[in-house]
Design a protein around this ligand. Structure first.
Ligand SMILES: [Zn+2]
Length: 266
């Protein structure tokens, strides 16, 4: 890496983090972790590795802001508000940082597509939530198919599914310039991997993710503290929160691409 390239990477990473903090997309901790991940991803992987996560981050943040304006009641449920913190940034981009470092040792293009698929899963899941809660819509539990309030972990809807497809599609598209053969097949596998990751996210959300019941307002929530009171856990394992589930979904998305590409020999 030349001195000038290092300078560009440093300024770009700093600019992205300052914008994210100023626009209240990230907490101060979130923007510090983002800065470090951006240095690693841009520095080692250049635009090829940075583009998917940059597109994911800015388009998702925009969707979150839009949804917050359209549907304020959903915020009461979510564990974290629109401002993403350091754990959320790590849960979404940690695998990417790890894979771009691994790529420096193992120069396999497969690693790149595993990475893109893990981002596709995270993006599919995020957009499923944003599309699924932007407008009023029929929402059911993915496991028992009973009617569920919008925004509850493991609750799915048609709008949410459209969102998850678009999320995976946009991330797949961001890698198009770096797919040299079997373009359509690889794009399709990335999209399917993203959808599978998002599906697993919903299943984990409906089964082992911690859920609480607020004694004050009676709502089911993923927040430990609701209406300024400690809520009672009614479901799931205490340490399995939304970040852990998102992280698992990103691993599933990447791993699914790996399995399918070996199976199809692409
Ligand atoms: Zn409450």
């Amino acid at each position: 890496m030349t001195f000038y390239y290092a300078l560009i990477v440093f300024s770009l990473a700093l600019t992205i983090s300052i914008i994210s903090y100023k626009m209240k997309l990230l907490t101060i901790g979130g923007s510090i972790v983002q800065f470090l991940l951006a240095i690693i991803t841009l520095g080692l992987g250049k635009m090829k590795w940075a583009l998917p996560i940059i597109i994911f981050f800015f388009l998702s943040s925009f969707l979150t802001k839009l949804r917050e304006r359209k549907n304020t009641s959903v915020n009461l449920y979510f564990e974290k508000s629109g401002q993403r913190d350091s754990f959320q940034v790590l849960a979404n981009g940690g695998i990417g940082g790890f894979l771009v470092m691994l790529f420096q040792i193992v120069h396999s293009e497969l690693l790149y597509f595993v990475y893109v698929s893990s981002i596709a899963a995270v993006c599919a899941d995020t957009w499923a939530t944003e599309f699924g809660t932007m407008w009023k819509t029929k929402t059911i539990n993915i496991l028992n198919l009973k009617m569920e309030e919008q925004g509850v972990s493991g609750a799915i809807s048609l709008n949410g599914f459209i969102g998850s497809f678009l999320g995976a599609f946009v991330i797949a598209l961001s890698s198009l310039s770096w797919i040299y053969s079997n373009k359509i097949t690889i794009l399709l596998i990335i999209i399917i991997s993203g959808l599978i990751g998002s599906l697993v996210d919903s299943i984990l959300g409906a089964s082992i993710q911690a859920q609480y019941n607020c004694a004050v307002c009676g709502k089911i929530t993923e927040k430990k503290i609701h209406c300024m009171k400690i809520a009672a856990r009614i479901n799931g394992i205490p340490w399995i929160n939304n970040d852990v589930v998102n992280f698992a979904a990103s691993i599933v998305g990447g791993f699914f691409f790996y399995l399918i590409s070996i199976f199809l020999k692409v």
